[in-house]
Design a protein around this ligand. Structure first.
Ligand code: ADP
Ligand code: MG
Length: 541
């Protein structure tokens, strides 16, 4: 029993130990399952960790991107802020300007309001004026009618005036001859005895010459009659007054020629030109111009428009020399050259000169034009004064250059007056030739040689043909030969046929000149008897 109890106790103990081992084995398997579970859970957790890490990475990269974005946005914000600041400043400037503009606007509005008021007022005034204009128009139409009536009357009067004027001139004869005695020079006054007497009738002049006859000193008196005699005290105005009707005729469409004849020093240039710048001493040329422009202005009222052209030449040794030649062209030559060429020009033969300045006739208008010589259009008195000044300066210059050439040349000043009257459908072509002839004392000069002989011959020739032409006109010859000298060729339409001519015989009161004076007076008296024919207007439609 004790052994059995002991083995029972050992078995019990082993059973207990087995139970314990089983229990621990169970526990161990339990813990093993727990470990496995834990392991699985750990693996899961690991996976989750990886997942989380991945997400963390993504979040981190997103955060860095967001940070970058943030920086960019901040930069943009800064830029925007700056531009907003600038815009704010600009807005302030704009506001300032706006303010000013508003102020201007206010002022402009105020002005506009005022203007509106003015416009309103003006409109009222305009309406009033309009009414007045209508009234005036009615009055004007009435006056126009009256003017038309007056114009018709004026025209009739003008025609009557022209007719009477021409009848009057015709009665005086177409060649009028007047005589002018120049005053004594201071030197002449001291020694002179009076040999010339101008009668009060203003037509007669008497020359007294002492002659020894039958051992006795006798006084021979020769009397001459002219259309007018101007004594030593006659001034330029008085002379011109007698010539003025002829100038009027040139405007009326006639060819008019006035020439001064006489010996050198008898006052031809003084009479024709005088002192252009002096109102008292200016001669026939400047006075004619003054009158022509005054008359042209008057005729404008009757619907006439006139154009005035001028040519101014001198004839030396049968050569035409242009006195209006363009100074600028001429100035290019040196002064020395000019003097030389002028002398040379003068020496050219008539044949050569024909190539330079040619006389051209217009048979229809009965006008003569010098081709290749300046033909200037003149529109006011002043132009003409300057032009004459220049021309006479040229003439006097050449005179000193070649020993008083001016007394050996004929100065011819020609005005062409071309008028149109569109209202009346009329036209008029007149001319005025004013000639300062070469000194007549050269005619009988003999024994001269060289240049002097050529000069004397050509003066002889031209004055002879002038007298001859006048003689032929006087004799009513069927054919008058104008072509023998340049002077008569040039004056063809101004001397004969239908022209009006006036010769001014200039004489010196000096007893030294008595012989020349008598010759000049005889020539004038002869010419006076010439009858040109009935004067006729040119180119009247
Ligand atoms: P011509 O041209 O005939 O040679 P001028 O006209 O040159 O003569 O006159 C000669 C001089 O006499 C000039 O000094 C001129 O001023 C003078 N003379 C001529 N006529 C008059 C006059 N009517 N009144 C005053 N001086 C005159
Ligand atoms: Mg002279």
């Amino acid at each position: 029993m004790t052994e059995k109890n002991r083995s029972r106790a050992g078995i019990l103990e082993s059973k207990q130990r087995l139970q314990l081992v089983t229990k621990s084995m169970t526990e161990r398997s339990r813990s093993r399952a727990g470990i496995l579970e834990s392991k699985m859970q750990l693996a899961k957790s690991r996976r989750e960790m990886i997942e989380i890490k991945k997400r963390n990475e993504a979040i981190r990269s997103r955060i860095s991107k967001i940070r970058d974005d943030l920086v960019r946005v901040e930069n943009e914000h800064e830029t925007l802020f700056k531009s907003i600041e600038q815009m704010k400043k600009q807005t302030a400037t704009y506001n300032e300007e706006m303010k000013k503009l508003n102020e201007h606007c206010d002022v402009a509005n105020e002005e506009s309001n005022k203007l509106s008021e003015i416009i309103l007022e003006s409109r009222k005034g305009l309406e009033l004026r309009n009414n007045k204009i209508i009234e005036k128009r009615l009055l004007y139409e009435y006056q126009l009618k009256q003017i038309q009536e007056i114009y018709a009357g004026l025209k009739a009067e003008e025609n009557t005036r022209k007719d009477l004027h021409n009848q009057n001139l015709d009665l005086m004869g177409n060649i009028r001859v007047m005589c002018r005695v120049r005053p004594y020079t201071d030197k002449e006054k001291e020694i002179e005895q009076v040999s010339l007497e101008c009668f009060d009738d203003k037509h007669t002049i008497q020359v007294s010459t002492k002659r020894l006859r039958l051992w006795q000193m006798q006084i021979e008196k020769s009397t001459y009659e002219f259309d007018h005699v101007f004594n030593t005290s006659a001034d330029q105005k008085e002379v011109y007054l007698e010539l003025s009707p002829l100038v009027q005729s040139a405007i009326d469409g006639y060819n008019v020629c006035i020439f001064a004849y006489g010996q050198t020093g008898s006052g031809k240039t003084y009479t024709m030109e005088g002192n252009v710048n002096s109102p008292e001493k200016k001669g026939v040329i400047p006075r004619s111009i003054d009158e022509i422009f005054d008359k042209i202005e008057e005729t404008n009222k009757l619907g006439w428009n006139f154009e005035v052209y001028v040519q101014y030449i001198e004839i030396y040794n049968e050569t035409i020399q242009d006195l209006l030649i363009d100074e600028d062209k001429d100035r290019k030559k040196s002064c020395k050259d000019r003097k030389k060429s002028f002398k040379e020009d003068r020496k050219k033969s008539f044949k050569e000169s024909k190539d330079l300045c040619k006389i051209v006739y217009n048979e229809d208008t009965r006008m003569t034009i010098i081709e290749n010589a300046e033909r200037l259009k003149i529109s006011k008195k002043k132009d003409m004064e300057i032009l004459i000044g220049k021309a006479s300066n040229r003439r006097s210059k050449s005179s000193t250059n070649s020993n008083s050439v001016s007394s050996r040349s004929h100065g011819v000043f020609i005005l062409h007056l071309e008028g149109e009257n569109p209202l009346e459908k009329m036209s008029s072509r007149g001319s005025l030739s004013l000639v300062d002839l070469a000194g007549s004392e050269n005619i009988d000069k003999s024994g001269s040689v060289g240049d002097q002989m050529t000069e004397a011959q050509s003066i002889n020739k031209s004055l002879f043909y002038l007298r001859y032409v006048i003689q032929q006109i006087k004799d009513k010859s069927n054919h008058v030969n104008y072509r023998d000298s340049v002077l008569t060729s040039l004056l063809k339409y101004s001397l004969g046929g239908t022209a009006k001519v006036c010769m001014l015989v200039n004489v010196s009161p000096s007893t030294d000149s008595t012989n020349e004076t008598k010759k000049s007076l005889s020539f004038g008296q002869d010419a006076r008897k010439a009858h040109v024919g009935t004067a006729m207007r040119n180119g009247c439609a």
